[in-house]
Design a protein around this ligand. Sequence first.
Ligand code: IPM
Ligand code: MG
Length: 364
Amino acid sequence: MKIAILPGDGIGTEIVAEAVKVLQCLDLKFEMEHALVGGAAYDAHGHPLPDSTLSLAKAADAVLFGAVGDWKYDKLVRPLRPEQAILGLRKHLGLFANLRPAICYEQLMHASSLKPELVAGLDILIIRELTGDIYFGQPRGRRTAVDGHFPGAEEAFDTMRYSKPEIERIAHVAFQAARKRGRKVTSVDKANVLETFQFWKDVVTEVHAQYPDVELEHMYVDNAAMQLVKAPKKFDVVVTGNMFGDILSDEAAMLTGSIGMLPSASLDKANKGLYEPSHGSAPDIAGKGIANPLATILSAAMMLRYTLNQPEAADRIESAVRSVLAAGYRTGDIWSEGTTKVGTREMGDAVVAALITTKTITKS
Ligand code: IPM
Ligand code: MG
C-alpha cells in the first residue's frame, strides 16, 4: 500500500506528521513517500503542483494531504497560487466525490456555538461534487462588457455548468452512502433561480428512481443554510454541487464544535482517494505546535476504510480518538474549563498511546 504524503503549508506539516505517526503504529505495512505541494512547492520548484508531486499522487494508492495556502502568495497570478495545487489534484485524479462527515462527539457538544441539545449526537454526511460547477466551468475571465447594466465597463465572469453524467455519478454516491446510514438524502440546489440547479434537481430525481428504499428531499441552498443551524439533526446525507458544498460543509463543521475535528475523503470512480482535513492551513497559528491534528488523523482513518480496505484499522483509530477525548485531552480550539489543554504533538502521542492500549487489550 503506497501512500503519497503531501503536508503542504501552514499547519499542514505539523498535523500530517501526527497522522503519519498514528499510521506507523498500526500493524500494517505502508510505503510512504513525501512530496511538496502548495506554497512550499512554489518556493522550492516555482509551481504549487510540480509534475513530480502529481506523478507521485497518481502512482500512489492513496494521498494524505495537509493544507495549502498563505496570505503571502495572494499576489501571485492565479495559476501559481497554492490553492491551484488542491484544485489540480482533484481535477487530474478525477476526485469528483467529496465526503465530509460532520459528527458531534458527545464530549464536545459544549464546544459548539449551538445549544448542546441541538447538536448532541449529530451525524451528517455532506457529499460535495468536487470537479465541476462554477469552480471549473469555462469560459471564465475578465473582459469589457458588451451588455448588462454597464456596457463598456470592465467585468469578470465565471461559468456555472453541470453535465448529466456528472450529476448522475454524484447522486449514485449519495444514495449508496444513504443506504449504509439513515436512508435519507437531501439534495441542495437553487432551482428557483438557476438553470444549472433546476437540471441538477431533475437529474437527482431521475436517479432516485433506482433507490426506492431511500427518501429524497430537495432543499434550496439558502433554506439549507438556515436548517443546518435550526435543526441540523434532521439531515442524514446532504448532496450538493461544488460551490454550495464548499460553503455548507464549513457551516456544518462548526456545528460540531470545531472544524479542527473534521476529516474528508475525495474519491474517484474506483474509490482511490485523497484524504485531507476539512480545514485550511491556518497560517495564523502555523509553527506554534497548537493546531488540532485530529481531523487529519481521522482522515487517515477514512483512507483506511474507503481506499485501503482496512476497516478494522479505521475503527481502531476512531475509537482511539474517542478515548483520548473521553480522557479529557483538548487542543486549544476544543478546550473548555476542566479539560487538559495539549499541543499538536501531545495530542498525536495520546492517540498513539490509546491505540497501543487497545492493541494490548485485544491480544491479552
Ligand atoms: C475546501 C477549500 C478549497 C475549496 C480551497 C482551498 C480551494 O476551501 O477544500 O473546501 O474551495 O474547495
Ligand atoms: Mg472550503
